[in-house]
Design a protein around this ligand. Structure first.
Ligand code: DHB
Ligand code: FE
Length: 289
C-alpha cells in the first residue's frame, strides 16, 4: 500500500491529541486490548467468510484515505456505527430515548434569551416552526433551568460551521427551560438531509444503489445538574425517509407531528411574519449514575 504525503499532513493536527490520550492510558490498558482484539477478530472473520482479495483490501485503504482527506471520518463512523453504539449503551435507560449525535455537533453555540429565536438570516428559507416542550425527570417533576442545545440544518441541507456557504452559528443555539421546565424556540423546519453527493461517503452509498438521505431532524443535547446528559434527535411524521434513514438512526418514540400552519399573528411574541408550524416534545432526563 502506498500513500501520498499530503494525507499525513492533513491528519497531523490530531496527532498530538491522540498521542496524549494514548499516553494517559498507560501501557497494557485492559479495555483497549479487549476491544482491539475483538475488532481485529471480527474483521478477520469478514475477510475469511467473504474471501476478501488483496486488491479489495487496497481499495478499502485507499477509500479510507479519501474519507480522511475530505474530512468525512466522523461522517463514516457515525453512518456505520453510531446508531448501534447508542442503542447498546443506552438500551436499558428510562426517559427519552438517546439518539446519535451525528458528525456536526459543535459546543459553545450562542445563548438565546426568551423569546428564543434561533440564529437565522432575515430571509431564512424553509417553513417557520415553533418548537416547544418541557424537560422533566422520570417522575414527571419539571427541571427548571435545564439547558437545551439545539442544532439542525438549513432547509437546503447545510450545517453552519461545517459548510462555508452558511454564516457561523446559523441554526445553532442554547437556552434554558423556565420555572415549569418549559421551553419555546422559534426556528425553521429542516427538510430531509442529503449526505454530500460529492464526497467519498456519498459516492459509496450511490455505488451501492442506496440513497443518501436522512429524514429531517432536529438535534438536541439536554443537561441538568444531577442528570445524565441526553443527546437525541427529533423527527417529523410523514417524512418520506423515516423508514430508510441513510444513517439508520430513527426511533419511533422520537417522531412528532407538526401542526399548522397557524396564522402568523398567533405567534406575535416571536414576531412570525408568515404562517408557522408548531411541534412539541417533552424530554425526560434520567438521574446521573
Ligand atoms: C449523520 C447524522 C446526521 O445527523 C447528519 O446530519 C448527517 C449524517 C450520520 O450519522 O451519518
Ligand atoms: Fe444531522
Amino acid at each position: 500500500m502506498t500513500t501520498t504525503g499530503s494525507h499525513a499532513v492533513q491528519d497531523s493536527s490530531i496527532h498530538p491529541v491522540v498521542a496524549e490520550k494514548l499516553a494517559a492510558l498507560g501501557p497494557g490498558h485492559p479495555r483497549l486490548i479487549e476491544l482491539f482484539n475483538a475488532v481485529s477478530a471480527a474483521l478477520k472473520q469478514v475477510v475469511r467468510e467473504h474471501h476478501v482479495t488483496h486488491e479489495e483490501y487496497c481499495q478499502m485503504v485507499e477509500f479510507m484515505f479519501g474519507v480522511a482527506g475530505e474530512g468525512e471520518m466522523g461522517l463514516i463512523c457515525d453512518l456505520i456505527l453510531e446508531a448501534a453504539v447508542v442503542e447498546s449503551d443506552y438500551a436499558a435507560s428510562a426517559g427519552t430515548a438517546f439518539n446519535a449525535e451525528g458528525p456536526y455537533y459543535i459546543a459553545g453555540s450562542p445563548r438565546l434569551d426568551v423569546p428564543c429565536r434561533m440564529p437565522m438570516r432575515p430571509d431564512e428559507g424553509g417553513t417557520p416552526l415553533l418548537f416547544t416542550g418541557g424537560v422533566s425527570d422520570t417522575q414527571g417533576r419539571p427541571l427548571a433551568g435545564a439547558r437545551i442545545e439545539l442544532w439542525h440544518s438549513t432547509h437546503d441541507g447545510l450545517y453552519s460551521n461545517i459548510d462555508p456557504e452558511v454564516p457561523e452559528w446559523l441554526l445553532r443555539g442554547q437556552f434554558v427551560a423556565d420555572e415549569q421546565g418549559r421551553f419555546e424556540v422559534r426556528t425553521i423546519r429542516p427538510e430531509p438531509y442529503e449526505i454530500s453527493r460529492h464526497g467519498p461517503v456519498g459516492r459509496m452509498l450511490h455505488a451501492m444503489g442506496r440513497h443518501r438521505f436522512r429524514p429531517a431532524h432536529l438535534h438536541l443535547k439536554v443537561s441538568h445538574p444531577g442528570f445524565r446528559q441526553l443527546t437525541t434527535q427529533i423527527y417529523f411524521d410523514a417524512d418520506p425517509y423515516l423508514d430508510s434513514d441513510a444513517a439508520n438512526c430513527v426511533h419511533r418514540s422520537l417522531v412528532i407531528r407538526l401542526d399548522g400552519p397557524s396564522q402568523a399573528e398567533a405567534g406575535s411574541a416571536y414576531g412570525f411574519d408568515a404562517p408557522f408550524l408548531t411541534g412539541r416534545y417533552d424530554l425526560v432526563l434520567q438521574p446521573a449514575a
